[in-house]
Design a protein around this ligand. Structure first.
Ligand code: NAD
Length: 358
């Protein structure tokens, strides 16, 4: 396969972790005979410093013409006082909009050797391997009417939850397709006992499911789901839900597994997919070779699976991560007594070596 990958390292630790993931992708190309072309672009604060805007037109054009985008992180104290439209984080919104990224996929998987990093008991979290598919461009965050109005005696704040058949249909399809790469079970999360928009959500998900009879579908109310994630998270394979419910549940699911430095994500849409770790630019550790590159390397593995449909290659990268952890290598965020403390680049090198020998 021939593919162009836009590489937007961005700010802070982004500059350190993204090169580790690129190394792995290059090795995937060599071992499995694919030609990946990597094209670097400016984004976030470093783009502001260079050309005055967080998402230069050249970067947007690069992202649009690429097959996939690998992003590090944007932001940092240096740009915090900037007016809203010129903040580094605006670049993310611009990319989401331009690439039509309507689906956010966040896996939460527990590496057994890191179980003690979680705040939950080992017996509850052991074996967790779930994926939250969150609708990203609709729902209450975008619905109209919205705003704060003056009324007699005070003010009134309004937001509106809106979903159309088409918006629900396309996110449901992403969830069912993802389930086919996994254990073939989808739980659709809604509040259909109270909200009409959820009633439609449930109806459309059931309709789309007719085309995916090899996947098992169940439904769960969001309040119960929040509880079940803590009580028995192993019951879940793929969770599909709305923008706001997904915002909350994906953070809850992420925390089940411990460190933020381990968690990858994918955003899929009408153009190229965007792959990035869920964490930010970590200014407190940036430039110190301390950041954990695993979330970014695992994001690259998601790119292989979801954009390029290279499942074997993705599994080989994930296996190299697992093996490296089994060998006891740890960055500071996941370190525990007796383990081998390594920096960002060494962690990347060991994962690369394990991949090459795999
Ligand atoms: P953060 O995720 O950058 O950091 C939170 C904590 O987690 C810090 O203590 C940090 O050291 C640690 N951490 C994060 N990534 C790590 C890694 N790979 N390895 C080890 N430890 C890691 O969140 P924050 O401090 O709230 O935000 C810092 C900046 O990042 C802000 O400007 C924020 O706007 C931006 N941000 C960007 C994104 C993005 O680019 N998608 C997401 C969140 C925050």
């Amino acid at each position: 396969m021939d593919a162009t990958i836009a590489v937007l390292a961005g700010d802070g630790v982004g500059q350190e972790i993204v090169p580790q993931a690129v190394k792995l992708l290059q090795a995937v190309g060599e071992r499995f005979h694919h030609r990946f072309e990597f094209v670097a672009g400016d984004v976030g604060g470093q783009a502001i410093d260079k050309v005055g805007v967080p998402l230069p037109p050249e970067t947007l054009a690069l992202a649009t013409r690429s097959d996939a985008v690998l992003l590090g992180a944007v932001g940092g104290p240096k740009w915090e006082g900037f007016e809203y439209g010129r903040r580094p984080e605006r670049a993310l919104l611009g990319l989401r909009e331009q690439l039509g990224l309507f689906a956010n996929l966040r896996p939460a998987r527990l590496y057994p050797m890191l179980a003690d990093a979680s705040t939950l008991k080992r017996e509850v979290i052991e074996g967790i391997d779930l994926l939250v598919v969150r609708e990203l461009t609709g729902g209450i965050y975008f619905g109209k009417p919205k705003g704060i109005k003056k009324i007699a005696g005070g003010e009134k704040g309004v937001n509106t939850e809106v979903y159309t058949t088409e918006e629900i249909r396309r996110i449901a399809k992403v969830a069912f397709e993802a389930a086919r790469k996994r254990r073939r079970r989808v739980t659709s999360v809604d509040k259909a006992n109270v909200l009409e928009s959820s009633e439609l959500w449930r109806r459309v998900v059931i309709e789309v499911h007719k085309g995916y009879q090899d996947v098992e579908l169940s439904h769960m109310y969001v309040d119960n789901c929040a509880m079940q994630l803590i009580r028995n998270p192993r019951q879940f394979d793929v969770l599909v839900t709305t923008n706001m419910f997904g915002d909350i549940l994906s953070d809850e699911a992420a925390m089940l597994t411990g460190s933020i430095g381990m968690l990858p994500s994918a955003s899929l849409g009408t153009h190229a997919g965007l792959y990035e770790p869920i964490h930010g630019s970590a200014p407190d550790i940036a430039g110190k070779n301390m950041a954990n590159p695993i979330a970014t390397i695992a994001s690259a593995a998601m790119m292989l699976a979801y954009t390029f449909h290279l499942d074997k290659e993705a599994e080989a990268v994930e296996h190299a991560i697992l093996q490296t952890l089994e060998q006891g290598y740890r960055t500071k965020d996941i370190h525990s007594p007796g383990a081998r403390l390594v920096g960002t680049s060494e962690m990347g090198d060991v994962i690369l070596k394990n991949f090459q020998q795999g």
